[in-house]
Design a protein around this ligand. Sequence first.
Ligand SMILES: Cc1cc2nc3c(=O)[nH]c(=O)nc-3n(C[C@H](O)[C@H](O)[C@H](O)COP(=O)(O)OP(=O)(O)OC[C@H]3O[C@@H](n4cnc5c(N)ncnc54)[C@H](O)[C@@H]3O)c2cc1C
Length: 386
Amino acid sequence: MSAELYLTDQHRAIQEMVRNFAEKEIRPIAAELDEHSTYPEELYRKMASLGIAGVTVPEELGGMGADVMTYAIIMEELSRGYASVADQFGLVELIGTLMTQHGTKAQQDRYLRPLLKAERRCAYALTEAEAGSDLAGLKTTAEKQPDGSWVLNGGKLWIHNAPVADFACVLTRTDKAAGHRGMSIFVVDRDMPGYSVGKKEKKMGQRASQVGALHFDNVRLPPDALLGPEGRGFHIMMSVLDKGRVGIGALALGILQAALDASIAYAKQRRQFGKPIAAFQAIQWMIADMAKDAHASRLMIHAAAAKLGAGEKASLECSMAKCFAADAAMTHTVNAVQVHGGSGYIKGIEVERLMRDAKITQIYEGTNQIQRMIMARQLLGEAAQG
Ligand SMILES: Cc1cc2nc3c(=O)[nH]c(=O)nc-3n(C[C@H](O)[C@H](O)[C@H](O)COP(=O)(O)OP(=O)(O)OC[C@H]3O[C@@H](n4cnc5c(N)ncnc54)[C@H](O)[C@@H]3O)c2cc1C
């Protein structure tokens, strides 16, 4: 992969540093983390000591104080090592952004600073049994009490980090009559009475990411557990999605790049009919298409990151980049298994894991169908509503 000419020297230095770290510290342990579905606590502490957590969080709050492009670059490189590690990094960035933009000083001291040092673990809890793509179905409620405190009841599903998180940012309904304007976000500590964690899910891929349910049974929250203004939860949550999509696009690209690297190496080394399989056009074309779509994904992700970083509205570009990179990662990891023949189907061979790791990128951070809906609305305006 050639360095893109538009990247600054600082971007390239960080890219090289994270690539080396991923190659030395992440990729060698990825198969084992996948096999045992392990949360790599020590690795996350090492990553925090590199000073890259909270890429766009200002330095005075403990972050890196860098731009969205840097975030995209780091996500791709981490994911090239192992997507679950990038997924964790992206979650920290998302909560870091929320806390930077909407947290009080007390919340930033209590949650954000320890999060960026990997001393506390977070979760971002939106999804429920009847509220997936359509959050209008949200049933978790927080009811305001006469003394200003809140009582939280409900449950969340498939929440990344739920089994290990010390605190969760939870989207709730605070006004049943007010639709999207009736939602608010609360920061809820794991040790609060009434907070409980459901079983850890067994997943197809990205198996080092711990995913599970959260239950809230009359959890009494102090007034200062509210993150941002009451009734603005949905809008706050939406405001971080564009950056989240750049991140997941870059994560998908990291998987695709790893599949391409592995396919090139295997095609040169594996011989059949007296030649390396790289000499067969069928293999060449799969590899050429992988490289073409990795390049296109990278350009789309970087263009979206640049626009977002410049403070411009970039929802269309962010949705396009996430959707394109995720679809490309899925298509080409399947082809990478094909390039590897029977060995690609065997556990322990990298492309077998990459194919499983790619699938979720088409589902989380808004499914690719939802991304296409967003694009269509931007392109067609009200006509898209029928
Ligand atoms: C591994 C994993 C990690 C996750 N992490 C988190 C997390 O940390 N926090 C969190 O809150 N959630 C998390 N989720 C949940 C994830 O965000 C949802 O699964 C996702 O938003 C889709 O919701 P759903 O599964 O209910 O699917 P549904 O919304 O029920 O969709 C089912 C299918 O219908 C399609 N569909 C739905 N509506 C439309 C429409 N209008 N037009 C066309 N097609 C449509 C979808 O694209 C999909 O193909 C995670 C899920 C998984 C599996």
